[in-house]
Design a protein. Structure first.
Length: 216
């Protein structure tokens, strides 16, 4: 995780050190940069950190098994809308212990699994106009498919369902070529899934993303 933070700070430093290219106002008065595409497609690797009751009661182990694909359309210089989907897999093994079940107690090794598949729309705001460096804040909203599995010996409990989710987000886009093409994206999302089942009122994770962007 420390290496990821160092990478984010390096990208921020590179972005702030770049010289700004010529900018031209459009018919609406916005300063439109050469770096800003009409549309942008991103592919990201995800690191997921469980939080809250998910971490305390089910899985606490960080997951590096995740990917994200997202599209953004730029309405004007400071705003974009879009959508995407992602997948994240969490798993954890618990040492042999005695567990209380409805049918009685069982002594066994325990395996917990959680797979999430969010489908979402998003909105982003870009406060700084720079041809190389685009910090942003945003919000993602949609539905998440949950596959929650709990295996204790020969007992197997599974819950597959859909739930509403919200993801506040902060990140930055670094353009390798200020006139468009390829870029690097880093971002963090707080993933709040409205999961009101059993002892849970939500499933929460802190997700870190690093990926590549392509303009078109």
């Amino acid at each position: 995780m420390k290496k990821f933070y160092i990478l984010i700070m390096t990208i921020v430093a590179l972005g702030l050190s770049q010289n700004t290219y010529a900018q031209q106002p459009d018919a609406t008065g916005f300063i439109r940069t050469y770096a800003q595409p009409g549309g942008m497609l991103t592919f990201d690797w995800i690191i997921g950190v469980p939080m809250g009751t998910m971490s305390n009661d089910f899985i606490s182990k960080t997951s590096t098994r995740g990917f994200n694909m997202e599209y953004r359309y730029f309405l004007n210089d400071p705003l974009s809308i879009g959508g995407g989907f992602s997948w994240q897999g969490f798993s954890e093994k618990f040492e042999r212990s005695t567990y209380e079940l409805d049918e009685g107690a069982i002594t066994s090794t325990r395996f917990n699994y959680l797979y999430t598949f969010p489908l979402y729309v998003n909105f982003h705001y870009y406060p700084i106009k720079n041809n190389h460096f685009f910090p942003f804040i945003g919000i993602n909203a949609g539905a998440t498919s949950i596959d929650k599995q709990d295996q204790i010996g020969r007992y197997y409990i599974q819950d597959k369902s859909w739930h509403f989710m919200l993801q506040p987000e902060v990140g930055a886009l670094l353009k390798i070529n200020p006139r468009g093409g390829f870029g690097i994206v880093v971002k963090a999302k707080y993933n709040y899934i409205f999961y009101n089942e059993g002892n849970y009122n939500a499933l929460t994770q802190l997700n870190f993303y690093i990926g590549a962007s392509f303009d078109f």
